[in-house]
Design a protein around this ligand. Structure first.
Ligand SMILES: C[S@@+](CC[C@H](N)C(=O)[O-])C[C@H]1O[C@@H](n2cnc3c(N)ncnc32)[C@H](O)[C@@H]1O
Length: 213
């Protein structure tokens, strides 16, 4: 593993170089490359802020659920020295994962309601940003409710270290942010940072769940 990058400009330059190498290789029109690459600059700034507000540190094992192009995995490894893993349903991102050097850390796996999102390993952090895997049959008008999320947390907790933490960042669109019963549940189980962002520790989820029954 390389020594972690600490300067934002240095990290940004290396990231841009990797993205350009990937862009040159992408031939699959299905990949919506322009959209993916347009998102890169936005994602970079946002992820940098996100990492600054956490206690991610060298050799922390992180699982990034539905990593997409893998930007967050790349940054956590390069800038923070984390040992990163992730998954996504879209194998077409492979060309980008290869250029970012994370292809061997990503599994192609479709998350479904009441089926494990994480299948092996133990992690200090489970991260999910701009979440879309909670769309039932890909339909954003039909999102997971409390029971689906409970199953998700049970599975994620089984793959967390004792002090492990889950960081959920919902797709920041008004019609996909949690409301009602789900919002109440997430606020009880975790610490809310507003705008659909929640930190849930293994202990807080298990305590709440077992006390509730
Ligand atoms: C909005 S993107 C976010 C990607 C990345 N987490 C980020 O913040 O840039 C949502 C990702 O979820 C993936 N996805 C959607 N439904 C999924 C599912 N059921 N299982 C696994 N991945 C899924 C998509 O392929 C896409 O890469």
């Amino acid at each position: 593993m390389n020594f972690p990058l600490v300067f934002i400009d240095e990290t940004r330059d290396l990231f841009a170089q990797a993205i350009e190498r990937a862009r040159a290789k992408v031939t699959d029109p299905e990949l919506l490359v322009d959209k993916v690459f347009q998102d890169a600059e936005f994602s970079f700034t946002w992820y940098w802020q996100l990492m600054g507000g956490t206690n991610f540190r060298g050799f922390t094992r992180v699982f990034d659920i539905a990593t997409g192009a893998g930007y967050l995995m790349w940054m956590l490894r390069e800038a923070k020295g984390c040992d990163v893993f992730g998954n996504d349903v879209k194998s077409e991102y492979g060309v980008i994962w290869r250029e970012l050097g994370i292809a061997d850390r990503v599994s192609i796996h479709q998350i479904e309601p009441f089926k494990p999102a994480i299948c092996r390993g133990t992690y200090d952090y489970v991260v999910a940003t701009a979440i879309m895997f909670n769309r039932i049959d890909g339909n954003k008008a039909n999102l997971w409710g409390v029971e689906e999320w409970k199953f998700f947390f049970f599975n994620a907790c089984a793959h967390l270290t004792y002090n492990g933490e889950i960081y959920l960042c919902f797709n920041n669109k008004a019609d996909e942010l949690p409301t009602g019963e789900l919002l109440d549940f997430l606020e009880r189980v975790g610490q809310s940072e507003g705008k659909g962002r929640f930190r849930v520790t293994r202990r807080s989820f298990l305590q709440l769940h077992f006390h509730a029954h």
